[in-house]
Design a protein around this ligand. Structure first.
Ligand code: XLS
Ligand code: NI
Ligand code: NI
Length: 441
């Protein structure tokens, strides 16, 4: 592979300089090489860069076109541009010290006039990605297919009323699975941005859900047939672009997967911004997935509480992330998932340097949250408090309730007899909030 020229010539690989550093282009909390419990921080956190935002998002919003111009966005034809763009992307991945990246098929290679041509474009770019992965050591966290941008998917992909569109989507995902496997992808994500409805006046909800399940079963079968062993992940989102999406949140995703016998094959990719759009906290979604043993991966971003849409900002809220990290670590971590920065620069952040500053902020916030969460769990104050709060279920009739050894009759007898009226106990929320703040400051 020929050595390409530098696209970020003025920026050196980002170094860890510690919390005291005033250098904006240095990490203060994320030390990729630091060993913690026998593993590097890089291996613990498994940060990933989202190709679509960082290398395809040019600052467009629903009210205006892009504002960001990148010097590498030129060349004789779209495939050549895609190639150079990918050189720039891998230079960035390496310099920001992210061990992983993620992509949609159409992010990395332009769509052709037919599926066959699109596939040929993809093959050329995937070959290039393979070389760049080898040269930099950056790995693929997950691949996915874009089943929402093309007009053909305006009424959904797997839930489209036209079986022809379903078939096209199946062919596209088949190829996306092939290339994800070729690139050693450790996961594969399904985000159904158009799998839902705008109005029930033209929609057969039950049939659409059946079709979505059929599609996912086909994906499971196909992955098995090609020996793809990556983890399948559902990424819930309640709305946007569609008014009502079937994978509304983790709880409805669990119900859907169980209804259709898919639960063994999928975990969840939880996105902060999607959690809040569903009226939940990030932490809530993590806990619901963890309770099912289905916590898979994280799309790391944040919404804006004053805006109702998916603003995909970099998350620097250490308190929110510490709560999330505590839940994730308590659940045993993300396994082969990771923290993917599904986040984009603000529209006026047009300098190439802003791409670094944004990711440094996100990575440092997660790294600090990781350190704090480890301390919180090691000291065990919250765990002890919660354990004590439920201690009445550890023995006696409480244990019988959990073991389902008693019923209404036995409990009725107990309450009318020796138990009588329960004694109220404080939930101590303010005490616990103060305790949490003591870790943060
Ligand atoms: C959109 C989603 C999307 C998925 C991948 O809101 O977050 O970017 O992560 O298709
Ligand atoms: Ni999103
Ligand atoms: Ni996402």
């Amino acid at each position: 592979m020929k050595k390409s020229r530098a696209h970020f010539p003025r920026i050196k690989p980002i170094a860890y300089e510690g919390p005291g550093s005033a250098n904006p282009l240095a990490f203060r909390h994320y030390d990729p090489d630091e060993k913690i419990d026998g593993q590097t921080m890089s291996a613990h956190l498994r940060f990933s860069i989202a190709y679509w935002h960082s290398f395809r998002g040019m600052g467009a919003d629903p009210f205006g076109p892009g504002t960001i111009q990148r010097p590498w966005e030129k060349g004789p034809d779209p495939v050549s541009i895609a190639q150079v763009r990918m050189d720039a992307a891998f230079e960035f991945f390496a310099k920001i010290r992210a061990p992983f990246w993620c992509f949609h098929d159409r992010d990395i290679a332009p769509e052709g006039r037919s599926l066959a041509e699109s596939n040929r474009h993809l093959d050329r770019i995937v070959a290039h990605a393979k070389d760049l992965q080898r040269a930099t050591g950056v790995k693929l966290l997950w691949g996915t297919a874009n089943l929402f941008s093309s007009p053909r998917y305006m009424c959904g992909a797997a839930t489209n009323p036209d079986a022809h569109v379903f078939a096209y989507a199946a062919a596209q995902v088949k190829k996306a699975l092939d290339v994800t496997k070729q690139l050693g992808g450790q996961n594969y994500v399904f985000w159904g941005g158009r799998e839902g409805y705008e109005t029930l006046l033209n929609t057969n909800l039950k049939r659409e859900q059946d079709h979505l399940a059929a599609f996912l079963h086909m994906a499971v079968d196909y992955a098995k047939s090609i020996g793809f062993t990556g983890q399948f992940l559902i990424e819930p989102k309640p709305k946007e672009p569609t008014k009502h999406q079937y994978d509304f949140d983790v709880a409805s995703g669990v119900a859907f997967l169980r209804t259709y016998g898919l639960e063994k094959h999928f975990k969840f990719n939880i996105e902060t911004n999607h959690a809040t759009l569903a009226g939940h906290t990030f932490n809530h979604e993590i806990e619901v997935a963890a309770a099912q043993g289905m916590l898979g991966s994280i799309d790391a971003n944040s919404g804006d509480l004053l805006l109702g849409w998916d603003t995909d900002q970099f998350n620097t809220d250490v308190k929110e992330l510490t709560l999330a990290m505590t839940s994730i670590l308590r659940a045993g971590g993300l396994g082969r998932g990771g923290f993917n920065f599904d986040a984009k620069l603000r529209r006026p952040s047009i300098d190439p340097e802003d791409l670094f500053l944004a990711h440094i902020g996100g990575m440092d916030a997660y790294a600090l949250a990781f350190r704090l969460a480890r301390r919180i769990l090691a000291e065990g104050k919250f765990e002890d408090f919660v354990a004590a709060r439920y201690a009445s279920y550890d023995s006696g009739f409480g244990r019988d309730i959990e073991k389902r050894r008693v019923g209404f009759r036995e409990l009725n007898k107990l309450v009318l007899g020796k138990l009588g009226e329960p004694k109220p106990r404080s939930g101590k929320q303010e005490f616990l909030e103060n305790l949490l703040n003591a870790y943060l400051h």
